[in-house]
Design a protein around this ligand. Structure first.
Ligand SMILES: Cc1ncc(COP(=O)(O)O)c(C=O)c1O
Length: 425
């Protein structure tokens, strides 16, 4: 019998996802079949959730916090968040400026729903976090990509922002993400001041994605932890921006799904309605864990951040020993983003093809999982992204494996024959 199934929307048919999760699935499958995979593909913390968060969640269960709660978040948690962003980043927030969500990512969707109409233009720096684009497209708006360049330390091009604001007829929003995934670039305090000066008083809304706010590195010391600057601290910017923050990275809580946004009270109310009409609320148990993390776990968090920094330095220094690899020391995040274009050109392979070869094709017993720069858009071509979420000795092994794998040209050839989509054109 002929069955007709409902046709999917064009949006559903064209939906793109975060490739890190796809590579994670391939890596997990290979691991199950016995392959030793050094997993540097996903931006997840290998450290345990901080202690007070764990304790508070148990206490919340025991106290019976197992029901719905306000869509914007528990009032006491919103207050703690406001006090924290004020103290840590100088953002003049009160609880009315805060909305709690299941991580930071969902706020991309809500930001686009709050501000974008079909045909609007959104400036996005590229390489870009892969879910920015589908969320912009979901609203029928169009991303306008501006490259972040290695020779400019992956800092934002202020001239391009000015040009966009002044000459793009449908300019409506700007996506920022500093410290930046995948490049590790950081916008300086002066960059952010300049951006605020360009957009202030215009109809441009800014989405400032700041999941790595506690991973700003300070090469000059004395502490390796630097100060995070948020554009929301600039005069008037709380009203014009949505800042998105998460517990995933700082407190090793990616699976808890806990984050928050900071914005004007009016936008916070609108986004609370969006949560009401989609998620209802974030589980109160999770919120109590987040609250305890903010109140008690800053020291543990910073110890973990220092460990991440040491891994970043180790991985960069190992990569710098290889010919044809050019890599900056990241200013922030736990990602390392080497330029491997000469290697790709020599092997006739795309950078994501090279990443998949390292995982699947280079060796039968071992693989390294990482991402090709083009998973973050065309401007990422020729780069690889490694996260540093493995023990130190495994990071060293991963680089050695990479160095050997690219000399096995017969295996590269066979891999490309089996996977022609990875051939460089
Ligand atoms: C730039 C960026 N935005 C958002 C997220 C999502 O974070 P969350 O786990 O809080 O949803 C990530 C996670 O990797 C990220 O790198």
């Amino acid at each position: 019998m002929d069955r007709t199934v409902p046709s999917l929307s064009s949006f559903a048919r064209g939906l793109t996802t975060e490739t890190a999760f796809d590579v994670l699935a391939v890596a997990r499958k290979l691991m199950t079949s016995g392959k030793d995979v050094i997993a540097l593909q996903i931006g997840d913390s290998p450290f345990p959730t901080t202690a007070s968060a764990l304790k508070a969640a148990h206490a919340a269960i025991d106290a019976g916090l197992t029901r719905y709660c306000p869509s914007a978040g528990l009032p006491e948690f919103r207050e703690t968040i406001a006090a924290t962003v004020k103290k840590e980043f100088g953002v003049p927030a009160t609880a009315d400026n805060v909305v709690v969500g299941p991580g930071a990512k969902v706020f991309e969707t809500y930001f686009c729903e709050a501000f974008l109409e079909p045909g609007d233009a959104v400036l996005v720096f590229q390489p870009a976090f892969p879910t920015f684009e589908p969320n912009i497209i979901r609203r029928g708006a169009k991303p306008v990509y501006v490259p972040l360049k290695q020779e400019n330390q992956f800092r934002p091009d202020l001239g391009a922002i000015e040009k966009f604001v002044k000459s793009e007829p449908r300019a409506r929003a700007l996506f920022l993400n500093f410290p930046h995934n995948p490049t590790g670039g950081v916008a300086t305090a002066d960059d952010l001041k300049a951006i605020a000066n360009i957009v202030r008083g215009t109809n441009i809304a800014v989405f400032s994605d700041e999941p790595y706010c506690h991973m700003v590195w300070n090469a000059a010391g004395p502490s390796v932890l630097g100060k995070h600057h948020s554009i929301l601290a600039e005069p008037g910017m709380l009203e014009q921006c949505v800042g998105a923050y998460t517990f995933s990275k700082s407190y090793s809580m990616s699976g808890w799904r806990c984050g928050y946004m900071v914005t004007s009270a009016a936008t916070a109310q609108v986004v609370s309605k969006m949560i009401n009409t989609s998620l209802s609320c974030v589980p109160p148990i999770v919120q109590m864990a987040g609250k305890a993390a903010l109140e008690h776990d800053a020291a543990e968090r910073d110890d973990v951040m220092v460990k991440f920094h040491a891994k970043v330095v180790l991985l960069v220094n190992e990569l710098r020993k290889l010919p044809d690899v050019t890599v900056l020391m990241p200013e922030g995040t736990f990602y390392v983003f080497p330029n491997v274009k000469p290697i790709c050109d020599r092997l006739g392979i795309t950078s994501h093809g090279l990443a998949m070869y390292l995982l699947e094709g280079a060796d039968d017993k071992r693989g390294v999982a990482c991402l090709g720069g083009e998973c973050f858009g065309a401007a990422g071509q020729g780069f690889l992204r490694f996260s540093c979420a493995e023990p130190d000795e495994r990071l060293v092994q991963a680089v050695q494996f990479f160095a050997d794998a690219i000399t096995r040209t017969e295996r590269v050839k066979a891999y490309l024959e089996a996977n022609p989509k990875y051939r460089a054109r």
